[in-house]
Design a protein around this ligand. Structure first.
Ligand SMILES: NC(=O)C1=CN([C@@H]2O[C@H](COP(=O)(O)OP(=O)(O)OC[C@H]3O[C@@H](n4cnc5c(N)ncnc54)[C@H](OP(=O)(O)O)[C@@H]3O)[C@@H](O)[C@H]2O)C=CC1
Ligand SMILES: O=C(CO)COP(=O)(O)O
Length: 305
């Protein structure tokens, strides 16, 4: 029996606590409002899963740094975001803070509401330490959750993070009722945009064709269960971002990710035309219709994949 501690009792943290308990492992679900203290659930944990949203990663890392976390404890991060100050990914932040611990990224097409209903899903546990990834694979695999492993944590993490920008675009596309052809074009052009960014940041291109990239792109861009999709849909309906986020009462990481991505792409001169229109829309510079028109009127070019 293994001891598993989930940090963050939001939608995904709660689902991961349920999934983790399927094999009889001991599971602790902790959030900052918990009555029990963090030290008691960290001590002796084989695996600690960080399921907080991006804005909580820094504070959660600091809390753990103040405690004695064993170097044998595997840290799993499931956050899909980018840090606005450093543009780093959550796994990079965790690895920097805990250089002696194995860091595993768990990411894939995993809409928490479907998983809470017991519907089947698959995901990826990725780490530079393959043994640690396999340990997480064994803990989480069940008859409703199939876990693959790979050794590209950055690519795995960036797939899940960047697709949120395109989920906003997909929500716009559906909200404006642009049709199946437009949606297909959007998703197909999104993938090379994700790969372009990922490869420049050091990820492997092929990772983006897997569950954590294309898989999560398809799930999130086609489901009203996705909060990022709902942001785009609301913008197409003419709602303000403030109103949408207020109604959502939950995390839509794509809003922050878009802003950080533009910052990063500007500094590194990476061409990200779809993301740029999402950025302009989120920041009130253009309407949803103008965003579509800008993409259609771009300079004609070969189809670069
Ligand atoms: N929901 C989903 O389907 C999936 C979500 N993810 C990713 O998982 C992450 C969490 O998402 P989700 O659970 O859905 O979001 P929720 O909005 O449901 O929950 C957010 C969680 O982050 C915690 N949190 C926020 N700020 C802080 C902080 N400053 N310090 C400590 N904890 C903080 C919240 O704690 P508190 O409750 O105390 O406010 C809560 O536990 C996101 O990055 C998301 O992209 C990944 C895969 C699937
Ligand atoms: O990442 C997710 C599914 O894999 C959840 O998507 P949202 O954060 O858009 O709800």
């Amino acid at each position: 029996m293994q001891s598993l501690t989930i940090l963050g009792g939001g939608a995904w943290g709660s689902a991961l606590a349920n999934l983790g308990g399927k094999k009889g492992d001991r599971v602790n679900l902790w959030s900052r409002s918990s009555s029990f203290n963090l030290e008691s659930v960290i001590t002796g944990a084989d695996v600690v899963v960080s399921a907080v949203s991006m804005k909580g990663v820094g504070a959660t890392v600091d809390r753990l740094l103040a405690l004695e976390l064993s170097p044998d404890t595997i840290i799993v991060t499931v956050t899909k975001g980018l840090d606005p100050a450093s543009t780093r990914t959550p796994s990079q932040i965790w690895q920097n803070a805990f250089p002696n611990n194995s860091i595993v990224v768990l990411s894939g097409p995993n809409l928490s509401e479907e998983i809470q209903q017991g519907l089947p899903a698959a995901t990826v546990a990725a780490s530079l330490d393959l043994a640690a990834a396999k340990q997480v694979q064994n803990i989480y695999s069940s008859d409703i959750f199939r876990v693959y492993v790979n050794e590209d944590p950055l690519g795995t993490e960036l797939g899940g993070t960047l697709k949120n920008v395109f989920a906003i675009a997909a929500g716009v596309c559906d909200g404006l009722q642009l049709g199946t052809n437009a949606k297909s074009a959007l998703l197909t052009r999104a993938l090379p945009e994700m790969i372009r960014v990922g490869v420049r940041l050091g990820a492997r291109a092929e990772t983006f064709y897997g569950l954590s990239g294309l898989g999560d792109l398809l799930a999130t861009c086609n489901s009203p269960l996705s909060r990022n999709y709902r942001v785009g849909f609301g913008l197409a309906e003419g709602k303000s971002l403030e109103q949408i986020l207020h109604e959502l009462q939950s995390t839509a990481e794509g809003v922050n990710t878009t802003n950080v991505l533009i910052d990063l792409a500007d500094r590194r001169e990476i061409e990200i035309p779809v993301s740029r229109q999402v950025y302009r829309l989120l920041n009130g510079e253009i309407t949803a219709e103008q965003a579509v028109l800008s993409l259609m009127e771009r300079t004609l070019k070969p189809e670069i994949l």
